[in-house]
Structures are given as C-alpha cells and as structure tokens.
Design a protein around this ligand. Structure first.
Ligand SMILES: [Zn+2]
Length: 744
C-alpha cells in the first residue's frame, strides 16, 4: 500500500519540477519522502519523553547529549552551543483563602494510575509561572474572566476596581503573560490563573486518563515573562547570553512581572470562586464549574505567596550544519525545541521526533550522493518554554552572520492528527502551498493541500470567501505573532519564516501539565505517528526545495496583496472606532444608559469620548501601489527565467538572490517598534496586549487601538518608507533578470 502512494507522490512532484525545468531534483525529493519512519519516531519519543526534561534538569542535558551523539552517528557535523540564562524555580508557593472560611490550595498534580511517568514527582517542576516576581500579598478576590482589556472595560461598567485586590483569571483569550501584566497595570497586587473546565476540561469530553481532557487537578505551567517587550534571557536583551555577556541586574529586567502570579487547577479554583459575592458574572464570563460565577470583590480574601530561586542555568542548543556545495553562504535553517515543562511528549517531542526523521532521511540522501546547494542548519532548541531562550540567545549571538546569510527559518513545535497548519512570511506563501500540494494526507490519501482547501470551504462564512478558496491558486497562510522559536528570526532579524504542524482532529487538556506524556500521546493524539511522518515529509521537502532552488522561491505578489489587505483592515478599524464612539456619545446624550440602568444594581455609565480623527493613510496607499507594481514585474521576469530552461550564470543567480534575501531585512527598522526596540519587523509582531496573537503593521495598528493619533501618522510614514525600499530592491532584482533574459 505504501509503495503505491510513493508512485503517486513521485508523479505529482515530477510535474511540478518539470514546470520549473528542474527534472534532476525529482528523484531526491521522492527518495527523501519515502524514508521517514513512524516507528522510529515512536522510539525517539520513548527516549526523549521518558523523564521530565525542563531547563536545568539532568535529563534536559542528557537529551541534548543523546541528540548530539545520534546526529553524529548519522554522519553530521554536530555541536552543542550553551548559554547561561536566568531561570527562576519555585522555593515557596502558597494560595490560601483566609476569609470568609479557610481553604489551602493543593498546588499539586497527583499520579494517575496506569500512567507510568505521572508519578515521577521528585523530578517534576512544581506548578508555577516562571518569571513571576517574588511576593507575599493578601487582598480581596476579584474574578476577571480572561483578564484581557475588554474584561476590564466590562468591570468599569460594573463599577468594580481591582486596586489592592488579587485577581483570578481563567486561562484563554490571550497569552498568559498578558493577565498579570494588565492586572498589575490596573492596580491589582496579585494574580491567580486557573484552567476552567469549559475551556479545556470536562465540558469538552472525558478527562484524563479516560479521555484526553484536563483532569480536575491538572495545572497549566507556563512563562509569564513580558515577551511582547523582548523574549529570551531577561538579563541579556539583544545579545547572546554567553558567559562573558554583560548582564542586567534582576531588578532592571523589564520582562519579569510586576505582581506575583501562580497557576492553579479547577479543583483548587472552585472553592475560591464559590466564595465570591457581588454581581453575577456576564453570560460569556461563565465557565463550566457547578457554581454561580460571581465577580466580587470578596468577601473571599486570599493570601498569595511566591518565592523563587533566581538561578543562572545552562541551556543546550544542538546544532547540525550541512555545508552547501554551491551557495555555502546562504543558510536554510530548521528548528524545533527539545525542552519541556515536564515530560512533554506532545509539546515539543511530537514535533522534534519528526524533525529528527527529516535529518536521518537527509543523511541517507547525502550517502547516496545528494549535494545540497545551500548550507542547511538543523537546530534542537533548549529553553523554549521559559521564553524562547535557546533560539533567541543563539540567533542574537550569531546575528551578524544570520543577517547576511539566512534565507529562511522553518519552525515546528507540537504535532498532531489532522490538517496542515501553515503560517509565516507571505513572501513564502506560494512556496509552502507548492510543498503542501506534494504531500499526501495519511488518512485520506489526497494531498494535504486539497484536504485543507476543502475544510476551509466548509468552514467559510461567506460566498466571497468560498469563491476565493475555489479560485485563488494558493491558500492564504496566517501571519506569525509569537509563541515559538521563529520569533527571533522573523521579528528581530527579518528572516523569512514559516511555522508548520498538523492538528485539528484531536483535542486535549494536558498542555504544560505532568500528563503531557507518552501514555497520553500514544492513546489520544497521533497514535500511529502517521502525521509525524507527514510533518517530516512536509518540512523536509521545504528544506530541500529551499536548499536546491537556483533562484530563491520568494514571491512578492502574494506579499503585496496581503499588505494591501492589512491596510484595508486598519482603515476599517479606524472607521469602526469612529462609528462606535459617535454612536455611544449620542446614546449618552439621549440618556440611554441612565434610563436603562437597574437602580438595584451598581452601574457606571460610560463617559463621552473624543471621536477619533481622520488619518492620512496616503503614504501607505502609495507605497502599496508601488510595491504591487514591482512585485508583478519581478514575478513576470522570474517566471520567464524558469520557463526559459536556460542555465544562467552562478554570478547572476548569486547577485539576484542577495537582493532577494535583502528584501526581508528591508521590512525591519533598526529602531524597532515604538516602546519595544527589540521587535524590528514593521509588518509582523505579537500584540502588546494579545501576546501570542499577531498584530500586522503593528506600529500603525496599535497606535490606533491605543488612540495615539500622532504616532499612528508617523508610523504610517515609517512603514511606507520601508515598503518603498522593499519595492526598489524587488525592482532591481527584476531588472537584473530582465537584462539577462534580453541577452540570451
Ligand atoms: Zn512547545
């Protein structure tokens, strides 16, 4: 059955490559995709997830050394690069209710019978949020739903302040670090985050070990470092955390939280929430616990204590280099992290084992005589969970080389059963669609691209969307915010990046708990590792194509049309705010809020606000028009080159590629984004108040959201200049190709 599929794959990719006049590469790709083995991925997982392997643990180091010796045994030039980073681990943790009754939270995840690794308590990190500041605070409790900006607006309407209070927020709605950040800004003295069963527990299905969902004592660990300011070691922003690096004092590290924070289970949260009085929570705030959700403040009064060992720990990045034969100074980089919060079978080992099988398959090709044209760098990052430590420190340390040489970075993290998730730089949208067309879905035996398209058609919300899905040659890819190791590459260095992974058919609630382990993964996720194999085939095919293409496969037409869409979104955002504020001011004048307020309930009507001014988007409109024209010109020239079938000189290819590599860097600014200079990409960034969630054209978009109108206009001009520069580079690459074609 399997060999039959390979014949189909071979034909699909033969056609694609024939169209590009590159028949000789067909064999290598087809050979490559036949090699990754699902059984081997299971074996690797059994080794890597056998014990807890967080930063600083003996098994983290042991895994890095095992990866190094395994890669060496496959014939690769492999080394471990170490960095020394600040990594707090808990010394004291306490959540207790002191009024109206006494209750002490357990803060402990119990062993599950039948799950062999859940009982490795002496090696497990306790449940906590890394980079919470130390603190010992007592205050009335307030329930703040997800603890995101909209929730605080709602609290304002109810006349509830969190000043001096301890807030309890549920996981979800934003990246977790936003919750203590916003609570602190609103005057809260402490923050508790819990997992509500509505979001990842019994509301969805059977809980572990009967089913995959979060059991009552399961806790989500996680970093609360203020990553939208800068990720990586809090003491060495912008430089590699080598032994000799200059370090900030801990008190000057701005990414450590301002108030103490601890995560708890829903078994621990229920008595606290049940002791709250005050208004009943709005409908959308209610979770699935068998209580009436109320907001407080109090009468529940809570004592929260967090104290950490603020140690410097060594992290181990495992780096494999495969030198390129023709363009050794152009690097294709591939990475997945190797550290976990506990055993981490799903996060990250399910992605790492796929990456390992790619590497083994590449070693087979090399033995058979394959010579990649570009240098390929494979990385297994340490310290991702704490704040993207391994990838950030490595890329900061090698920033100069990467700025010159990096062609693309391909990331994966966890992997599961279902559909191919594709996000990244839009200059690679056409490229990754091409890869997806060449990969067979293990369950349906159609291409993973086709399966993805059909699902999107079913889920589309309008005819317009369905029409586009049926007629546009490529599926749109999502933009990257933050949340995994691509962050430093795309956001700090301006390296075109992709994040890939399968999922969508299995749910679960073991994220960052002791139950994310081999038992859970092999019972409830990609149990036969067939999607692990598909991920190896997908990411590996992308690496091979990027490494062997003569002309780098960037496409700017989809990039420019995507930037156009972002600009339209921003215009709609401003218009929406103007309309909304205009209407609300009118309702205030009409007395609508006072007339409808229930006198038996507390209600604070909104105050009138200035209507947002019209902004001048003309510089951006003009820049996008110029960019679109340049993109089309380059597209035409590049297509002619591919169709011509002629061999162009290596000097020409090198010179054009150098310009293409520059185009991604042109999207960055050395000053970075307003208030966060580490983030240098002017098109993509994680939101200051969303965390993982992306904000595209962030300088302009966030200035509008924060009602900083002057900044919005100056940022508009700055982004416009960057796009004009981008257009010039693209034009000059096109001109070179046109000249070469003219002289053929
Ligand atoms: Zn991960």
């Amino acid at each position: 059955m399997r060999s039959g599929c390979q014949v189909v794959l071979f034909l699909v990719c033969a056609n694609l490559l024939l169209a590009q006049g590159q028949t000789s590469k067909t064999d290598w790709e087809a050979k490559f995709r036949a090699i990754p083995s699902a059984d081997r991925q299971r074996e690797y997982m059994e080794r890597l997830a056998a014990r807890p392997h967080h930063v600083g643990s003996p098994y983290d180091k042991s895994n890095a050394e095992w990866l190094e010796s395994t890669f060496k045994s496959w014939g690769f030039d492999t080394k471990i690069e170490t960095f020394d980073v600040l990594f707090p681990t808990p010394k004291e943790r306490l959540v207790e209710m002191v009024e109206p009754s006494k209750f002490v939270a357990k803060l402990q995840e119990p062993t599950v019978p039948g799950d062999p690794t859940s009982g490795q308590h002496s090696e497990q990190l306790p449940t906590y949020n890394a980079y919470s500041i130390d603190g010992d605070v007592t205050g009335p409790l307030v329930y703040v739903n997800y603890g995101i900006p909209e929730d605080y607006e709602q609290l304002d309407r109810l006349g509830i302040s969190v000043k001096g209070a301890i807030v309890i927020a549920r996981y979800g709605g934003s990246w977790r670090g936003i919750k203590p950040k916003l609570a602190g800004e609103k005057g809260a003295v402490g923050c508790i985050i819990y997992s509500d069963p509505r979001d990842d527990g019994f509301f969805h299905g059977d809980v572990f070990p009967t089913g995959p969902w979060r059991p009552k004592d399961g806790v989500q660990r996680g970093s609360v470092m203020d990553m939208p300011l800068y990720p990586g070691d809090p003491l060495t922003p912008g430089v590699g955390a080598t032994t000799s690096a200059k370090r900030l004092d801990i008190k000057d590290a701005t990414t450590i939280t301002k108030i103490p924070v601890l995560p708890i289970s829903y078994a621990d949260a229920q008595p606290l929430l049940a002791a709250l009085k005050g208004p009943v929570a709005p409908f959308s705030w209610r979770g699935a616990l068998p209580i009436t959700y109320k907001i407080g403040p109090g009468p529940a009064k809570v004592h929260l204590k967090v104290k950490s060992n603020w140690d410097i720990k060594t992290i181990y990045d495992v780096i494999v280099t495969i030198p390129g034969s023709e363009y050794p100074d152009e690097w294709v980089i591939r990475g997945n992290h190797q550290d976990a919060w506990v055993n981490g079978a799903d996060d990250p080992i399910s992605g790492l084992v796929a990456e390992m099988e790619e590497l083994r398959a590449l070693s087979e090709l090399l033995k058979q005589g394959w010579k990649p044209k570009r240098t390929i760098v494979y990385c297994a990052w340490d310290g991702e969970e704490e704040g993207l430590l391994g990838s950030t420190e490595w890329a900061e340390e090698h920033a100069d080389a990467l700025k010159q040489k990096a062609v693309a970075y391909i990331n994966s993290d966890s992997n599961g059963r279902g559909y191919l998730g594709m996000s990244g730089s839009h200059s690679l949208e056409e490229f990754i669609n091409g890869v997806a067309r060449a990969i067979e879905d293990p369950e349906k035996k159609i291409s993973v691209w086709k399966r993805n398209q059909l699902r999107r058609i079913l889920n589309a919300r309008s005819d317009e969307e369905r029409n586009e899905l049926r007629s546009r040659p490529d599926l749109r890819i999502g933009a990257l915010g933050s949340g995994s190791d691509y962050t430093v590459f795309i956001d700090h260095l301006g390296v075109a990046s992709l994040d890939l992974g399968y999922g969508g058919e299995d749910g679960g609630g073991i994220y960052h708990s002791i139950y994310d382990d081999i038992y859970w993964y092999t019972h409830f996720a990609d149990t036969d590792f067939s999607y692990g194999r598909a991920l190896s085939q997908t990411a590996g095919t992308a690496v091979i194509r990027l490494a062997d293409a003569d002309l780098l496969p960037y496409d700017f037409t989809e990039f420019s049309s995507t930037v156009h869409r972002y600009l339209d979104e921003i215009k709609r955002l401003l218009k929406g705010m103007q309309d909304q504020i205009k209407e609300r001011n009118r309702e205030i004048t009409e007395g609508a809020f006072t007339a409808t307020a229930d006198p038996k309930e507390n209600y604070v009507p909104p105050s009138p606000e200035d209507i947002p001014p019209y902004l001048n988007f003309a510089p951006l409109d003009n820049a996008v028009t110029t960019l679109t024209a340049s993109a089309e010109r380059y597209d035409k020239a590049a297509k002619r080159v591919m169709q011509s079938g002629t061999a162009f000189s290596a000097t020409l290819i090198r010179s054009v590629n150098a310009k293409l590599i520059e185009t991604e860097r042109a999207l960055t600014s050395s000053e970075g984004l307003p208030g966060r200079p580490w983030f240098k990409n002017l098109i993509y960034a994680p939101g200051l108040y969303t965390g993982y969630g992306v904000k595209t054209i962030p300088g302009v978009r966030e200035a509008i959201e924060q009602k900083k109108w002057k900044d919005a206009e100056s940022e508009t001009q700055r982004v416009a200049r960057a796009l004009e520069n981008e257009a010039l580079l693209i034009d000059s690459a096109a001109a070179e190709l046109e000249k070469a074609l003219g002289t053929q």
